[in-house]
Design a binder for this molecule. Structure first.
Ligand code: AKG
Length: 255
């Protein structure tokens, strides 16, 4: 459970360090599973694979999701709640109790993915919100939990946050009149970004409206992390039919 002070801090800043949530053993098992899926022979049809843009350009491949065989150049793996090894971690008792506290007993996973930021060619992620079309539609009904699988520092692409920007609500992402509202708000706050360094297994709770980004990884140290978006089971998805969310994986809260 979060203390009252932690809830207040989360509401004010839009993020909250949760400390080490995944045990060393869990981190080792999750890392091994990521390696088996990407470098080894455990390709999974249930999961979507995306390669880094540099390799995509070299191969002349189309944008989107594609498996190209064992490779250290995968950028992202999605739909990880379909995989029992990941799902077990996504149902971590710490998550279940804080999600029940924040969202109530009926919670589903709306997104579950790993961003792998490979050594030397991990690409940057621009300022964004985890909200808008294709995301849950109702503020207060969804949160994200991010867990580092490797040591994350600014040098190898740690998360960065603009604290308090969740107060701005949903920002216009489309580029209009030479720039988006989201970029304009980020530009106003240059120098206010807070890096969120993390040791393997450490997690952060994020308000989905807070502006966040992560840098490139030009270092020899890969920076893998798991991002989980949880929502109230009945919260509709923006710009999707009302029953679109019905198939999402439900968490075993309250047995
Ligand atoms: O792991 C990261 O670098 C950030 C992931 C993220 O914020 C996202 O993809 O929405």
């Amino acid at each position: 459970m979060l203390t009252e002070a932690q809830v207040q801090r989360f509401e004010a800043d839009g993020y909250l360090p949760l400390g080490q949530v995944a045990s060393d053993e869990q981190v080792a098992a999750l890392r091994q599973h990521l390696d088996d899926l990407t470098l080894g022979s455990k390709y999974s049809e249930q999961i979507q694979y995306q390669i880094e843009p540099a390799l995509r350009e070299k191969l002349g491949a189309a944008a989107g999701y594609d498996y190209i065989g064992p490779s250290p150049h995968y950028r992202k793996l999605t739909k990880l709640d379909r995989d029992p090894v990941f799902l077990e971690y996504f149902c971590h008792p710490t998550f279940l109790s804080l999600l029940e506290q924040l969202l109530g007993p009926e919670v589903t996973i709306s997104r579950a993915f790993a961003l792998l930021k490979p050594a030397f060619d991990g690409s940057p992620l621009k300022w964004h919100q985890d909200a808008g079309p294709g995301h849950p539609a109702e503020p207060g009904q969804f949160v994200t939990i991010w867990t580092a699988m490797d040591e994350a520092q600014v040098e190898n692409g740690a998360l960065e946050i603009l604290p308090g920007t969740q107060e701005l609500g949903l920002l216009q992402h489309r580029v209009q009149d030479g720039g988006s509202q989201l970029e304009a708000e980020a530009d106003k706050r240059v120098g206010q970004e807070v890096p969120l360094p993390a040791k393997p297994g450490e997690a952060y709770l994020l308000n989905n409206y807070v502006l966040h980004r992560s840098g490139p990884n030009p270092t020899p140290h890969r920076r893998r992390a798991l991002t989980l978006c949880y929502k109230h089971a009945d919260c509709p998805m923006m710009d999707q039919p009302p029953d679109y969310h019905a198939h999402y994986t439900r968490l075993p809260i309250g047995g």
